[in-house]
Design a binder for this molecule. Structure first.
Ligand SMILES: CC(C)(COP(=O)(O)OP(=O)(O)OC[C@H]1O[C@@H](n2cnc3c(N)ncnc32)[C@H](O)[C@@H]1OP(=O)(O)O)[C@@H](O)C(=O)NCCC(=O)NCCS
Length: 147
């Protein structure tokens, strides 16, 4: 496989919505989230986000798109909502190379935030390896669960 240092990036356009929606669907399963939205529903949600405050970046190796990131910038923070590396390309440095591009070339210097499900230990290890530190723990009681 090619070196992740050859990773190229571009901002996503309308032509990328189908791929992003499909990958969003995979991301939800990979991270262990219970969101039941279908691919068409995710596409519609994404369209709304992208005409609003979110931006998406696609990363490619040798003309093949291998990852995407979706983020929102506010006055004091850069919030990474989604980062996804194609399932057959993981653990080869692509996620790290993509984050380096975001941090060095795209994002201004600000507080960087991300939310990760506790059960998504892969992502937790990944973000910690980049310097993100544990900050808050969201807690819940689901309706119908024993208290
Ligand atoms: C999380 C994710 C983006 C990481 O991308 P990746 O390209 O596989 O990660 P990298 O190969 O760049 O890994 C960089 C470092 O992260 C850590 N890491 C990555 N995957 C790991 C795993 N499965 N277990 C433990 N540590 C891991 C390691 O420290 C790794 O460095 P090393 O390989 O030199 O040990 C990818 O697994 C993914 O798309 N997951 C599904 C979607 C998701 O959960 N996204 C995050 C929530 S939005």
């Amino acid at each position: 496989m090619r070196e992740p240092s050859e990773l190229l990036h571009r901002f996503a356009g309308d032509q990328d919505l189908d791929l992003q929606a499909e990958w969003n669907h995979q991301l939800i399963r990979d991270e262990g989230h219970c969101n039941p939205m279908t691919v068409p529903e995710l596409k519609k949600r994404l369209e709304g986000w992208l005409v609003g405050e979110y931006k998406a970046v696609l990363f490619s190796l040798a003309n093949e798109v291998v990852a995407y990131a979706l983020y929102r910038e506010t006055s004091d923070e850069l919030y990474l909502r989604q980062l996804f590396v194609s399932r057959d390309r993981r653990r080869k440095g692509i996620g790290r190379a993509a984050m380096k591009i975001l941090m060095v070339q795209i994002w201004p210097k600000k507080r960087l935030t991300v939310e990760v499900l506790c059960k998504n230990t892969t992502a937790i290890e990944f973000y910690r390896s980049l310097g993100y530190q544990d900050y808050a723990l969201a807690m819940e009681i689901m309706p119908g669960s024993k208290t």
